[in-house]
Design a protein around this ligand. Structure first.
Ligand code: C2G
Length: 433
């Protein structure tokens, strides 16, 4: 029996895929088809696959051409599979010509002419190209245009680099399907409302607003208009961070007793909004990041919240803030700083072990689970490409396209983040050093 193997994502299945499978099948008596997992695709930079894995597997199965379907999960798996399944021929489309010549040491390699004029990318882009307007300036705004280029189906649109110019901002909204709001904290709520009124989907840096009730209203308004309001704490969309949370929730370190996180830098990333009017400061800028692991792991129902902060009197904004959150079962000690440096690590302490994420933990690619017996320590690594913004953009685009509401940062969590900012501004439980 001559066994043939081929691999693919098979997203938005089309006749190019069908032709490939037919021709691969015709090369032998038995066809094994490897379908790529989400992790495998993200790892190789293929973001924005629209369909979940099992849907793509079902599509391949329905062709009736595959005698066996396996999952492609890791680099180098092809060699394993060729040996494991006794493969005689590896077949793949001619767009890969040369890429798999190394497999000739293990079996025959056949590049099948690719079907011209159709691709999953083409289908995605033709049906749902989303134009993303940018309202804001600074390093993040500069990076956004290039990061959009890595998210197929999304293109950067008009830019308003002065969020204070309301007409210019409205013009961008009118020309966009969605807008990314990078404004000073005090201005975000109004800009989000304006964008939603202009029927734009909104991705907004966190906090979405400085007041819990305002954030709640904005999410309800977006929901009622069938729009996406998306809280953009990019760490939440990194696979390392989401795996860390799953491990903790799965009991990998026992019961969690404390979470310690710090985010500091010498220079504000958006120094232009550090003043009392814009309500910018270290907490407004870094607070959502340090709150993220706490709200994900301990939940939203803390009992007490207190602040110890040091003010930059020239700017009338906080240059250093320690936030203490008390939960029924644990405590969070968080630090934010501009002009005050600290170790930017994340430590989640548990009754069996602790998780250590080295600085800059908010750009989490690597973390360890550390046990009493360090021989049992476990290490995890999930590569991040570029600035990491593409992952939040890809997730935002998925929600815009599918209309699904399974947010990584729920509206409740977003409200809670705004609520902490509101508490800080109200000077409740706030002490100065
Ligand atoms: N294909 C084709 N004609 C098209 C589109 C795709 O012949 N118009 C072929 C591709 O060359 C590939 C298969 O159909 O052999 C699946 O294509 P994709 O789903 O785009 O998968 P790809 O990203 O090429 O994944 O490790 C190798 C990968 O798994 C291949």
């Amino acid at each position: 029996m001559k066994k043939v193997i081929t691999y693919g994502t098979f997203d938005l299945f089309h006749h190019g895929h069908l032709n490939l499978l037919k021709r691969a099948k015709a090369l032998g008596d038995y066809l094994v088809v490897g379908v790529t997992t989400e992790d495998f695709d993200i790892n190789r930079g293929k973001l924005n696959v629209q369909q979940p894995l099992m849907e793509r597997v079902r599509q391949v199965k329905e062709t009736g051409l595959a005698d066996e379907i396996i999952l492609e999960e890791y680099e180098g798996q092809k060699i394993d599979d060729i040996q494991k399944y006794g493969i005689s021929i590896f077949a793949i489309g001619s767009d890969w010509r040369g890429a798999f010549d190394y497999l000739k040491d293990y079996c025959e390699v056949v590049y099948i002419d690719r079907t011209e004029g159709i691709s999953s990318t083409f289908i995605r882009e033709q049906t749902q190209m989303v134009t993303l307007g940018i309202i804001g300036r600074g390093t993040m705004a500069d990076r956004l245009v290039s990061e959009c280029g890595h998210v197929c189906g999304m293109q950067a649109g008009a830019v308003c680099n002065d969020p204070g110019d309301s007409q210019a901002a409205l013009n961008v909204m009118e020309m966009s399907d969605a807008v990314y709001i990078l404004a000073e904290p005090a201005r975000r709520g109004r800009l989000v409302r304006n964008a939603l009124e202009k029927n734009c989907h909104v991705i907004c840096e966190s906090p979405v607003s400085l007041y819990g009730d305002e954030t709640k209203d904005l999410y309800e308004y977006a929901q009622n208009r069938g729009l996406v309001l998306f809280d953009a704490i990019k760490t939440a969309y990194f696979r390392a961070f989401s795996r860390l949370v799953l491990l903790v929730k799965g009991g990998a370190i026992g019961r969690v007793k404390s979470i310690d996180a710090a985010c500091t830098s010498m220079q504000p990333s958006n120094s232009w909004f550090y003043n009392s009017e814009s309500k910018g400061g270290s907490l407004a800028d870094w607070g959502p990041f340090v709150l993220l692991p706490v709200f994900k792991i301990f939940g939203l129902d803390y009992k007490e919240c207190s602040f110890i902060c040091s003010m930059d009197n020239d700017r009338d904004s906080d240059m250093f803030t320690q936030i203490n959150l008390l939960y029924p079962c644990g405590v969070a000690n968080l630090k934010t700083g501009y002009g005050v440096k600290s170790e930017g690590s994340l430590v989640v302490s548990g009754t069996k072990a602790y998780i250590y994420v080295p600085s800059p933990w908010w750009k989490t690619e690597y973390f360890e689970i550390r046990y009493e017996n360090f021989n049992n320590n476990r290490r995890y690594f999930y590569k991040i490409d570029g600035e990491g913004i593409r992952y939040e953009l890809a997730e935002f685009l998925r929600l815009v396209r599918t209309g699904e509401r399974n947010f990584t940062i729920s509206s409740d969590m977003s409200q809670k983040i705004s609520g902490v900012m509101e508490k800080f501004l109200s000077n409740k439980n706030k002490y100065f050093i």
